[in-house]
Design a protein around this ligand. Structure first.
Ligand code: ZN
Length: 237
């Protein structure tokens, strides 16, 4: 008899990590979800992550609070920095210094504690066009480092880094998640969602997300502010 594989799932409350969790569950993983409070301005993501963890069948959810000072200087953590509303050719203002290195390092420690064999992360093709720590070469390098970093690695059973959406577009992610039954209205992508988690319909994240629904030809059920009729979004993107 084989025992079920345990996995740590990095869960932000956005659609990519929610899809990751659903894929892991569809592959019979026992999932321990992990979210980080790093002073992000879209705080509603954290409650969305907790809810998604339950709804999508994780075993338990852990929130780790990080010292926010380390992540100063990003539009995601500093309200005085303007959020981008158009796609950037270079690293966008929403880049958070070394965020995925820190998140994966914490997940690696947590994986060893929970006797998990895998860490799942929802990085994808859209992300790595702008964020250096979402690129496939970064994920590969982290996996090699992880094999050297802890007890299970030395014992010849390194913790695997699983990034199932790495080469997926937003539309492919939405199609895959919809097949798995995810209610994407529970996920929050907006960089400046209000206190109820309603999306602005204007920031870069809202535009990319809506375009994903349009490209997937799936109705956009995002919870937008009442002032943002979805019909008008079609002309926005
Ligand atoms: Zn938005």
């Amino acid at each position: 008899m084989t025992t079920a594989v345990r996995a740590i799932i990095l869960l932000s409350g956005g659609m990519d990590s929610a899809t990751c969790l659903s894929i892991a569950r569809s592959q019979q993983r026992i999932c321990h979800t992990l979210a980080f409070d790093y002073g992000q301005r879209h705080r509603q993501e954290l409650s969305a992550a907790q809810q998604l963890s339950q709804v999508l069948g994780a075993s338990d959810h852990r929130l780790i609070t990080l010292d926010t000072a380390a992540f100063a200087g990003s539009a995601l953590t500093d309200p005085s920095i303007a959020l981008p509303t158009t796609p950037s050719e270079s690293i966008p203002a929403t880049y958070v210094p070394a965020r995925n290195t820190v998140f994966l390092a914490m997940a690696l420690a947590y994986a060893e504690v929970r006797a998990a064999e895998e860490i799942w992360i929802g990085v994808n093709a859209i992300d790595y066009s702008g964020y250096p720590d979402c690129r496939p070469e970064f994920i590969d390098a982290f996996a090699r480092m992880a094999a050297l970093a802890n007890r299970t690695g030395i014992a010849g059973q390194p913790i695997r880094i699983v990034a199932p959406l790495q080469h997926c577009s937003k539309a492919e992610i939405i199609r895959q998640g919809t097949r798995l039954g995810i209610d994407y209205s529970l996920t929050i992508s907006c960089y400046q969602a209000d206190s109820q988690g309603l999306a602005c319909g204007q920031c870069d994240a809202c535009r990319l997300r809506h375009q994903g629904f349009v490209d997937a030809t799936i109705a956009d059920n995002t919870r937008y502010l009442p002032s943002v009729p979805v019909n008008s979004l079609n002309g926005m993107v």
